[in-house]
Design a binder for this molecule. Structure first.
Ligand code: ADP
Length: 201
């Protein structure tokens, strides 16, 4: 396990994946909580079986994989179902994240998680980096990237902690408003040096 873990977070469409790639290009290992969360409910995994028992077989696609869109729909307006799912998923995800971080060598590792603060994953990080953009850019970039409309992105933004709260919890901030990514890339180079220093202390 790397002795130093940097949490990387930001709202939907803020540029977490883009910035993570820049760190990876510098040789930093990035553990992606989203990928781990998806693997937890992969076909044949115990968590998926529990979900199918709870919601019924119609929650599965014909190929036996999870129907993510249907599950999202079922929990979006139902706090109780959402709580049930979170109680099932969170401990497993946290355990798998810790396992992935244990495998991570290097001076420091990055844990990229959209809900780093919401899910208290900052309990296991030494420092937190927030990727920040305006809601207008979040909406423009997410609707361009995914097949979602403005209202859906707004609903997701509303379900996450506020921009102000997130920024208040940040140790470092990358502002990703500019379409020219060279500034952000330069900031990553500087932060990488900083994190290497902090990890060596
Ligand atoms: P996240 O992982 O936080 O959801 P992404 O890194 O996937 O965000 O970025 C959202 C979308 O916006 C992607 O299609 C990405 O290519 C694009 N994007 C990221 N940064 C910028 C930027 N500075 N200018 C314009 N588009 C960007």
């Amino acid at each position: 396990m790397a002795n130093y873990i940097v949490g990387l977070t930001g709202g939907i469409g803020s540029g977490k994946t883009t910035i993570s790639r820049f760190f990876e290009q510098l040789g930093v290992t990035v553990v992606d909580a989203d990928i781990i969360a998806r693997e937890v409910v992969a076909k044949g995994k115990p968590a998926l079986e529990k979900i199918a028992q709870h919601f019924g077989k119609e929650i599965l696609l014909e190929n036996g994989e999870l129907n993510r869109a249907l599950l999202r729909e079922k929990i979006f307006h139902d706090a109780q179902e959402k709580a049930w799912l979170n109680q099932l998923m969170h401990p497993i995800i946290r355990q798998d994240i810790l396992a992935a971080l244990t495998q991570c060598s290097g001076d420091y590792c990055i844990l990229s998680a959209p809900l780093l603060f919401e899910n208290k994953l900052n309990e296991i990080t030494n420092r937190n980096l927030v990727i920040d953009v305006s809601p207008a850019s979040q909406i423009a970039r997410t609707t361009k990237r995914d097949s979602v409309n403005q209202q859906q992105v707004e609903a997701i933004i509303a379900s996450q902690i506020s921009r102000e709260q997130r920024l208040s919890l940040a140790d470092d901030i990358i502002e990703n408003e500019s379409a020219d990514l060279s500034q952000a890339k330069q900031q990553v180079v500087q932060l990488n040096a900083k994190y290497q220093n902090l990890a060596a202390k």
